[in-house]
Write a protein that binds this ligand. Sequence first.
Ligand SMILES: [Zn+2]
Length: 527
Amino acid sequence: MSLALARKWRPRTFSELVGQSHVVSALTNAISQGRMHHAWLFTGTRGVGKTTLARIIAKALNCESLNDADPCGQCDSCLSIDQSRFVDVIELDAASNTQVDNMRDLLETAAYKPTVGEYKIFIIDEVHMLSRSAFNAMLKTLEEPPEHVKFILATTDPQKVPVTVLSRCLQFNLKPIPVPLIKEQMAKILDDEKVEFDDRGIELLSRYARGSLRDGLSLLDQAIAQGDGKVQEDSVKSMLGVVDDSLVRSLLGAILEQGGNPLVEKINDIERMGASFSYVLDEMATLIQRLSLFSLTTEGIDDDLIEGYQVLVNQTDDEHLQLLYQIVTVGKRDLPLAPNEKVGFTMVMLRMMAFLPALDSGVEPKKKITEVRQRVIATSKPTKTSAAVKNTKKSDASAVLNTNDEWKQFVSKNVVSGMAKMVAENAEFQSFSEGVLRLSLDSEHKHLLEDRYKNKLQELIREHVNSKCRLEIKVGVASDTLMADQVVESKNRLDQTTKDLEEDPFVKSLKSDLGGTLVTESIRPSK
Ligand SMILES: [Zn+2]
């Protein structure tokens, strides 16, 4: 194979195109009915087939023996368009500076009739980069298009195309090509090229192509070269700097078990393998997403993974997974800001470790932390928690509310969001008798005393004690409140966690290996 696969296998007819069936059917209909619009604009990210499609259209408009709207690929017109020597098909790349000067002149030739073909076809790639004078020249033609002129425009950035141009074009958005289609095409090409491959290898390459068949085929070229003429999972992994799924799982396992040493080892492993930390974060986010889904259904999960997933899921819960996902995706976003990828990655892992799930069967010594974290997790995801509230309510239907401690417990568990939570957290229990629950609200928060918040709170209390009680709130002294506890607790926890982390062998090695300092902000509950 001397020719690059992407070039050799560039689709030459509509039927060879991979993906974009919505555009292809619109185009073939227009062509077979002879009702071709005078200007088409294809938008979409790089490598999805915009200019390939434009060339096929140019051929279809000039082909001497059309095959159901598909160009034959054999006639003089088809062949010379494929070789870019058909005088009436003018291909311009607005992104390349070399052509900028004569682009306006070329566009002004639109007025002249085609030399050999029926149409004069302008294919302009990255059209948003045309100079103002070139745009004006094109606009002149677009406003009163002669019968013999067709424009096929392509851009990755349609927002930058002037509205005057956009409004005169038929616009089609080409979608990223789905992984299974890219994979299928790779398998077909490799079969044809008689190259040995395994399924996992091309699966990985297809995912890495990120919707671009052209990029996918360039990767395939590299994989063949680096894999001694074969495409196999191991060599593809080392080429892409990809780590094994099991490593990502054990990384998460180490985090959930709060194992500093195993975590350091895994991070060093990743570095030794020359893998991309950014890729590992992607894989971590994917794993967390799968685990979230796993608690609902095992559908689509390989049998040999189920046991491992179960072990991980047992150590976490839905809210916690949501929080971890957020930490990972935000961490990925901020990775370019870190001094280097390893440092950034390590901090993301530490941040994940700083939060524990609010499991009911929580380990005793960590209980205090768990309570605080439970609140942190609850506040960070207010929309999801109403479901959680309903669950706890069911489990202790005949709950009582007779002391301030019981009140605080109720608030931390059942009042999870909104202004009602603010009221409840700043109120102290007074009494509950004859169907009236009396609270005292700290005068600093009297502005919160609105009927709608009070009613919301009353509703939650009624659900909790399972009776039609009434809520009375008076403004006065309220010093022993949940909010007051939280302030103390959160400060204590921060001090303790900071101390623990300072003592942690992992953090110590981080400091000595990388000269890192502990960013205490990263270990504080983000309230
Ligand atoms: Zn032809």
